[in-house]
Design a protein. Structure first.
Length: 496
């Protein structure tokens, strides 16, 4: 159901933090410049935010360096570090309504999503890593000879963290959690579209007692503030979530300083429905898998492979579910889908839709803008999609599903893997052997069986192939924030 004129009556949370957060101080950009952050539902400005650049990043790195090289954070009892992370979680929980409202205002996602998905998952990730702080330890190694060898796991140092706009607060949590648990200090750049909840969280971290300089935030743009982080010799590691193109730039620009890198990039994830699946559950999974968060998910199930014999019936079910999806004011409790993040993404998605039509796919539902204010797009489904069409190959990052028909498992696996991406996949079947066989053969970092978009802070997430490297969440998520030091001691006794 689509409301043709969208009336936005938004809750108005108070925006308190709009400046750079450096060494525990709120500071305007050195240049004095600011940029506007926009409400994508109304296209109106929410606030002006400090536009950080090289000088601000430099100050932030100095603060983070000092906090790492001589401050208490990496030196304190690990258990105390954990306790401060848990304190931050309690503060986030106590402000959850305000934070949810800021997130929805800045990003456009439905308030119910912010309140029941994004922020609870963010708290869960931080709590999970708060629990890890005092459980990070090395090994003793049985080496040859009269030596005692042990390893220590030490923080990698100052980390630069560059995050996107699709899950603003959740990406802060995924990045801060393992870095803080490991004892690293942070220079973060939130996305220029969505800086507000990141800045609020920095305030809460300070309130929780996390020492000044441990977390520093420089809002600003990618080619300026982002690039300054990437090039800065005082930063030991960069963790980035966003587009593959930007990741390539970051790899080139960080080569001189040999930074450690982890990337969580895009996808074109296959969601595979066999004829023997529970079709109602698969329909809901396919629907959520593509449309969640306005389709702006790196792991969106954007290639829906449906087995021949159920294809037409399944298409009917998923099209009718898409038609019923409520698009509108993200502050309305009934709303399931809000606006896309900005004009750039809106235009890009609409041009993908045009290309789908032009290349001969059938637009079974959707395909148009909703209303004339805000960046709303109808939930869109293309059928008769061929593997080589642009909409079947490229990441659209919007509510646009491509339905592909398949015959048998061999053909399916080959086609599902015929993509440079490898972030996620799902398989729907009642045949347990087939489910695990396909799960093993799909080249992707996450495979869901008879479910979609199930996340847990304890379960690693990340990409094969061009979808990135390194993992976030779980024990593996700590690895990129730790160095391993080997210490070897001679056990030869002095001659008497
Ligand atoms: P982007 O990769 O350009 O931006 C992500 C972050 O990187 C932002 O904070 C941005 O300011 C920063 N950045 C941009 N250029 C940089 C540079 N040269 N050096 C350092 N940092 C830089 O992504 P964008 O332009 O917002 O979206 C483009 C496409 O990327 C989307 O259409 C979507 O396909 C994909 N994307 C994937 C995401 C994911 O979760 N994997 C998230 C956001 C976008
Ligand atoms: Mg960009």
């Amino acid at each position: 159901m689509i409301q043709s004129t969208i009336q936005i009556k938004s809750a108005t949370p108070t925006i308190r933090q709009t400046e750079c957060f450096i060494g525990g101080h709120w500071l305007p950009a050195r240049s004095g410049k600011t940029f506007e952050t926009i409400n994508p539902a109304t296209e109106e400005m929410i606030a002006r935010v400090a536009e950080g650049d090289v000088a601000d990043v430099d100050a932030a790195v100095k603060a983070a360096r000092e906090a790492f090289d001589s401050g208490p954070w990496p030196r304190m009892n690990a258990r105390d570090r954990g306790r401060l992370i848990l304190k931050l979680c309690d503060l986030i929980e106590s402000e959850i309504d305000e934070l949810a409202a800021i997130e929805t205002l800045d990003n456009g996602k439905p308030l119910s999503d912010s309140r029941t998905i994004d922020i609870p998952l963010a708290i869960e990730a931080l709590r999970y890593y708060g629990g890890w702080a005092d459980k990070i330890h090395g090994q003793t190694i049985p080496v040859s000879g009269n030596y005692f060898t042990y390893t220590r796991r030490e923080p990698v140092g100052v980390v630069g963290q560059i995050i996107p706009w699709n899950f603003p607060i959740l990406m802060v949590a995924w990045k801060w959690g393992p870095a803080l648990a490991a004892g690293c200090t942070i220079v973060m750049k939130p996305a220029e579209q969505t800086p507000l909840t990141c800045l609020r969280l920095a305030r809460l971290a300070q309130k929780a007692g996390i020492p000044d300089g441990v977390i520093n935030i420089v809002p600003g743009f990618g080619p300026t503030a982002g690039a300054a982080i990437v090039k800065h010799p005082g930063i030991d590691k960069v963790a980035f979530t966003g587009s593959g193109e930007t990741a390539q730039v970051i790899m080139r620009q960080s080569a001189d300083s040999l930074k450690r890198l982890t990337f969580e990039l895009g996808g074109k994830s296959p969601n595979i429905v066999f004829a023997d699946a529970d079709l109602d559950a698969a329909t809901r999974g396919a629907h959520v898998g593509i449309h969640l968060n306005q389709g702006q998910c790196c792991c969106a199930g954007s290639r829906l492979f449906v087995q021949d014999s159920i294809h037409d019936a399944f298409v009917e079910k998923i099209v009718s579910m898409s038609k019923a999806r409520r698009v509108g004011n993200p502050f309305d409790a009934q709303t399931e889908q809000g606006p896309q993040i900005d004009k750039v993404q809106f235009d890009k998605i609409m041009s993908f839709i045009d290309s789908g039509r032009a290349q001969g796919a059938t637009c079974a539902t959707g395909g148009k803008r909703v209303g004339n204010r805000g960046f709303f797009i109808e939930p869109t489904i293309f059928t008769n999609v061929q593997d080589e069409m642009t909409i079947a190959r490229e990441e659209i990052f919007g509510p646009v599903l491509s339905v592909l028909r398949f015959g048998d498992t061999e053909e399916l696996v080959q086609r599902a893997n015929a993509t440079p991406f490898g972030l996620a996949a799902a398989v729907w079947t009642r045949d347990i052997a087939r489910a695990h066989d396909v799960a093993r053969r799909i080249r992707a970092g996450t495979v869901w069986i008879n479910c979609y978009d199930v996340f847990d802070a304890a379960a690693p997430f990340g990409g094969f192939k061009s979808s990135g490297f390194g993992r976030e969440l779980g024990e593996r998520g700590l690895d990129p924030y730790l160095e391993t030091k080997t210490v070897t001691v001679s056990l030869d006794l002095p001659r008497e």
